[in-house]
Design a protein around this ligand. Structure first.
Ligand code: ADP
Length: 377
């Protein structure tokens, strides 16, 4: 029996599901926002994922529906479920990756560790939070943020005046999320896969390095994260997956404080940039694992194949658009590097590919991965 997997969204995450889907004998189909996107290598329909009819028509041709992003509106997701479509992750879980205020409230219910936070609808409320938290805090728009957009460090309520104004124009009302400014030592990410039947597979916790709000580098496993930190990351990851009923891949972004507490920053319910290293550094990569999980097939081993892996994002790409030349040069000079390109046109700050090196020594993996990625500068 061939399972047809429909992926909503045509970006690089959908693209990277294609090869493992083919290997597993699954049939990937993509609903892309426009033609010529990164995932255009699979059978592609082009259409607007906000439109219920478009998504329902796409869903009729597949056995399981999943996502490359979390932006499909709740009413569309609910209509799919009502029509009997197998949607993974389902709307009840996905809402917590779509709305950071819902996520904070749910994590509080579950008693999981997170920064101090509040929902604020007025500048006065924000000022009160600031006054109670040392005069600085992080304000976030609950929905639609990514790569640091929709996140702002403020030391006075007036610095969020434009966002409050936008709230008052929003017919649904709504609120902003304010969080304590965490003095973190580093950022970690914990990935977990969960099947509808409940089986769970846990990946090693990794360190993520962000530059300008964008993930630049991942070191796996997170150096020194043995014993307590790794156990706590695993506990939190599993508790989120089970408590929220996540199906498919889950990434829990964490802050590690200087006193070794872990606090949940945010969630992604799909393959995630922090897990790209698993393609080349773990027996079962996250894209294959996501497919297994959403199709409710047995999960694969999450055991690393080398002591260390380092993943570097290729951001922006070559200014002269000579991607192919750079790729050939990187391949020639760095035969141990696993180079992934997304078929996207170079543009400042855009993620156009990544490089992973797995090695016995962290220094070797980091040096080789950075050198290969630098070939694209
Ligand atoms: P996005 O949805 O855009 O990825 P995040 O909520 O992950 O936004 O925030 C982006 C970055 O901002 C984080 O990776 C972290 O570096 C910083 N940040 C977010 N929240 C806090 C916080 N409460 N304290 C300190 N830094 C934060």
């Amino acid at each position: 029996m061939t399972v047809r997997i429909g992926v909503i969204g045509g970006g690089q995450l959908a693209r990277m599901m294609i090869a493992p889907a083919v290997e597993l004998g699954l049939e990937p189909r993509v609903l892309a926002e426009e033609s010529g996107m990164a995932a255009s290598l699979a059978a592609v329909a082009v259409g607007d994922y906000h439109d219920e009819e478009t998504v329902l028509a796409f869903a009729r041709e597949v056995d399981v529906l999943t996502f490359d992003h979390e932006h499909v509106p709740q009413p569309v997701l609910r209509a799919l479920v009502a029509a009997g479509v197998a949607v993974h992750p389902g709307p009840d879980a996905l809402q917590y990756a779509q709305d950071k205020l819902l996520m904070r409230a749910k994590l509080a219910d579950l008693g999981l560790p997170q920064p101090d936070w509040a929902a604020v609808t007025r500048a006065d409320d924000l000022q009160a939070f600031l006054d109670g938290h040392g005069g600085r805090a992080v304000v976030k728009t609950p929905r639609g943020g990514y790569d640091g957009k929709g996140v702002r460090v403020v030391s006075a309520a007036v610095e969020a005046a434009d966002w409050f104004a936008a709230l008052s124009e929003d017919a649904n009302g709504g609120a902003l999320l304010v969080e304590e400014l965490v003095d973190f030592r580093r950022e970690l990410a914990q990935q977990v896969a969960r099947r509808p039947s409940g089986e769970i597979a846990v990946y090693p916790v990794v360190e993520t390095v962000q530059r300008d709000g964008v993930c630049a580098e991942v070191v796996a496993p997170a150096p020194g994260a043995v014993g307590r930190v790794a156990d706590e990351a695993r506990r939190v990851g599993v508790a989120v997956a089970e408590g929220l009923g996540v199906t498919g891949m889950l990434a829990v972004e964490l802050f590690e404080t200087s006193d070794e507490r872990l606090l949940v920053n945010e969630l992604a319910m799909r393959p995630h940039n922090s897990g790209h290293w698993t393609q080349d550094g773990v027996i079962t990569g996250q894209f294959e694992q996501h497919l297994r999980a959403v199709a409710d097939l047995p999960l694969g081993s999450t055991e690393p194949t080398a002591a260390w892996s380092v993943m570097i994002n290729i951001l922006g790409g070559p200014a002269d658009a000579a991607m192919t030349d750079r790729l050939v040069a990187a391949m020639a000079e760095h035969p141990r590097a696993k180079i992934h390109t997304y078929g996207k046109a170079p543009r400042p700050g855009r993620k156009v590919g990544h490089v992973t090196v797995a090695a016995a020594e962290l220094d070797d993996a980091a040096y080789e991965a950075r050198a290969a990625a630098a070939a694209f500068d």
